[in-house]
Design a protein around this ligand. Structure first.
Ligand code: PLP
Length: 295
């Protein structure tokens, strides 16, 4: 996806009380091809920063407060300065207005530690358009399980691994997707060394097992998924039992539906796991995706 517009954000300290004019002046718009990032920015040289990807549907930024909550949490895990929520809220709204009418937009919000040696973080939002049709919501994806090489207790025992932070260091996540492609699949479910389900490289995992829909709890070192959260709210409204809890990999064999959930693709059914077909519930998938799209 190529950014059509970029909004550079002159990052404010969280405690600054900023009137509207100050917010306006802190955000500068560029054409995607004109924005610049210096080569000594730690985002570029070390992947040292955090990000969020948000969808814009019918001009609305979806689940913006939940994404801001996670931005704050990720920044805390990386010892970055606390983000100024009002500033980012303003910048997101402004960026959303750059999405052409009738298109689904994708906002990539990035907060880096800044230039080497500088105490000032760098921030920006890149705007791009997503294809309006997401065929995977119907066709599903073939998935392989890959060992992430960490135990389900690593997040608390080794916080420096930054598990559960949406950090910019996604090279291993992209490598996992390439490995999936080599194995004839389109996506991945990471597993822990002690046999638990974790998440996808860019998604949360949901599975219906014994009539309940479960997702791995964040304590296992996964991101708190905004889409998973809102899908559970929609499922609760349908009186479907849901739970965030440890999910053993062996339990996936009993699942009568598995989904990957993320902000732009929303719920995507898993049609095969490690080569074994997985049943689907297309009606439920469509219903929950309709609720998610209407947020
Ligand atoms: N887990 C990981 C590792 C992700 O990268 C993502 C999204 O990019 C998610 C889960 C799902 O998060 P959300 O539903 O908020 O997009």
């Amino acid at each position: 996806m190529t950014a059509t517009r970029v909004f550079m954000v002159d990052v404010l300290a969280a405690h600054v009380s900023a009137p509207e004019t100050m917010l306006e002046e802190s955000v500068t718009e560029f054409a995607g091809s004109q924005s610049t990032l210096t080569v000594d920015d730690l985002a570029a040289s070390r992947g040292d920063g955090v990000f969020e990807t948000l969808a814009v549907v019918d001009g609305r930024v979806q689940a913006s407060e939940a994404h801001l909550d996670r931005l704050v949490r990720s920044a805390e895990l990386l010892d970055l300065a606390r983000p100024h929520r009002a500033q980012w809220r303003y910048a997101l709204d402004r960026a959303a207005r750059a999405v052409p009418a009738g298109r689904t937009g994708v906002l990539k919000l990035v907060l880096s530690r800044g230039r080497e040696g500088s105490p000032r973080p760098t921030g920006w939002i890149a705007v791009s358009s997503a294809p309006s049709a997401v065929p995977e919501r119907r066709t599903g994806v073939r998935v392989v399980t890959l060992d992430r090489g960490v135990s389900s207790t690593a997040a608390s025992e080794s916080p420096w691994l930054l598990l559960g932070a949406k950090s910019l260091s996604y090279a291993t996540n992209m490598a996992a997707l390439r490995e999936a492609a080599r194995r004839g699949a389109q996506d991945v479910i990471y597993t822990s060394t002690d046999g638990y389900v974790l998440e996808g490289p860019t998604s949360s995992v949901l599975a219906r097992i014994g009539g309940r829909i479960v997702t791995p709890a964040v304590e296992a070192g996964v991101l708190p998924g905004t889409t998973q959260h809102d899908a559970f709210v929609a499922l609760d409204a349908e009186r479907v039992e849901t739970a965030a809890e440890p999910v053993p990999v062996s339990a996936l064999a009993e699942a009568d539906a598995i989904w990957l959930a993320s902000s732009v693709r929303l719920l995507v059914p898993v049609v095969a796991l490690d080569g074994r077909p997985v049943p689907q519930d297309a009606e439920l998938t469509d219903r929950i995706n309709a609720v998610l799209l209407a947020r």
